[in-house]
Design a protein around this ligand. Structure first.
Ligand code: ASP
Length: 420
């Protein structure tokens, strides 16, 4: 684990260096060639490499979402075994993630007017398609042809297919097990494919950053700092309001004690940017906070895989920011779509470094934003990721202390708990 941490650290340094180099190259071209010529040159020669990188990211999204959600549903089969505790845990995860989305969207919208409209996006006047009505959005969730959903990357349909397919595996019982194993194995393979793509990201980041800065001017860098700041405000509000309240109300624990207890996991998550890598420390923290082992060993691994409040906030803030860059204002229906897809995307996000940005492509696609613009924020992803992983991990521990309280009070029981 140590060596993989070192590896992700040095990759992050490469990405950060590529971002800085891209910004400097962009400023140099913008200053020496003039805005128009710099934009034309970088659009012709650098943007295509960025496009290749983003295409690769988009290409893993459909299989990643499909496989990880099928796998998640199959895991839920085991959740039933642990009775009400599983349901309470899932409700806690879902409600806090939905609140995180609302916080992210509210903050994004509050700062929307400060975000830039990029000149290169304006001339596309983003295919101003009439936004679908709520009923159309609901009807569109149900596919009439599975392959069409995959090829057009209709994410809500892909999610629907994944859920129903996972249900099918569970219902098939013994006969479904080989498919479940196959799905798990394919998911592992896709994770490796994703890592290969992330490994070439410094090249993509350099090209996209140089293109954006050369066509837009250095002011885009200030906008980047602003959107990072907005995401962090969201992380902080969520931590101090939602988790303080739930510690106090549900776990009868003073918020200061809670935050003191989670400190080691927070620091480790902040530096490792991986919920899964932080899992052993989270277990330790939960222990110190008095959570029984049978509760933490169920809630924390599940949380590290599906509960990502920080990722949800990041995806919502980034969606509003990138929509604005495209000259788009999200309608009410689109905001609902963002809450839905960001909740599901965060569930589908693996608890590893940088996974949330891959899933961001899915949220963007769902509201018709071209994922190429992820390039604007990708270079700074490590900074976003440090905050969002910390929040993800704190959320998992917060759930474990609440569930522990209910468990101790006897309101929930671990039924039919298998000893495995
Ligand atoms: N790095 C995050 C985590 O491990 C996932 C993400 O990229 O949003 O929780």
């Amino acid at each position: 684990m140590e060596s993989s941490r070192k590896k992700t650290m040095s990759l992050s340094l490469w990405i950060a260096a590529a971002m800085v180099a891209g910004i400097l190259a962009g400023i140099a071209m913008w200053g020496s060639m003039g805005a128009k010529a710099a934009a034309a040159f970088t659009t012709a020669w650098l943007k295509p490499f960025g496009t290749i990188f983003i295409n690769l990211l988009k290409f893993v999204v459909v299989p990643m979402v499909l496989l990880s959600i099928i796998d998640g549903v199959v895991q839920l089969g085991d959740v039933k075994k642990v009775g009400t505790i599983g349901i309470r845990t899932l409700i806690y995860f879902l409600v806090t993630t939905a609140i995180a989305c609302v916080i992210g969207l509210a903050l994004g919208t509050a700062f929307e007017s400060q975000f830039p409209v990029l000149s290169m996006a304006q001339n596309q006047a983003f295919k101003a398609k009439a936004a679908p009505t709520v009923m159309q959005t609901i009807v569109n969730i149900f596919p009439d042809n599975m392959w069409k959903s995959f090829t057009s990357a209709s994410m809500l349909q892909v999610i629907f297919i994944a859920i129903i397919f996972g249900g099918g595996i569970l219902l098939a019982g013994e006969k479904g097990k080989p498919t479940a194993v196959l799905v798990r194995s394919m998911e592992e393979v896709m994770m490796k494919v994703m890592m290969m793509i992330i490994n070439v990201s410094p090249v993509g980041v350099f090209c996209l950053m140089a293109w954006v800065v050369a066509s837009q001017g250095p002011s885009i860098v200030t906008s980047l700092a602003l959107v990072i700041g907005v995401a962090y405000i969201g992380y902080i509000i969520h931590a101090f309001v939602v988790y303080s309240l739930s510690a106090k109300i549900f776990a009868d624990m003073h918020p200061a004690d809670f935050f003191r207890g989670i400190m080691p996991a927070f620091l480790f998550a902040f530096t490792s940017t991986s919920s899964l890598a932080t899992l052993p420390i989270s277990m330790e923290c939960a222990d110190k906070l008095g959570v029984k082992r049978e509760v933490s060993s169920f809630v924390l691994p599940l949380g590290a895989t599906v509960n990502m409040d920080g990722t949800a906030i990041y995806q919502c803030v980034a969606t509003v920011f990138l929509a604005r860059c495209m000259g788009m204002h999200l309608t009410g229906t689109q905001l609902v779509t963002v809450v839905l897809t960001a909740t599901l995307a965060s569930i589908g996000t693996a608890g590893t470094s940088g996974a949330g940005t891959i899933m961001l492509a899915m949220v963007l696609e769902a509201v018709g934003i071209d994922p190429i613009y992820i390039g604007i924020i990708f270079g700074a992803d490590r900074i976003f990721d440090m905050g969002r992983t910390s929040l993800n991990v704190i959320g998992d521990i917060s759930c474990s202390v609440c569930v522990n309280k209910w468990y101790n009070a006897g309101t929930v029981g671990i039924n039919e708990r298998s000893d495995g």
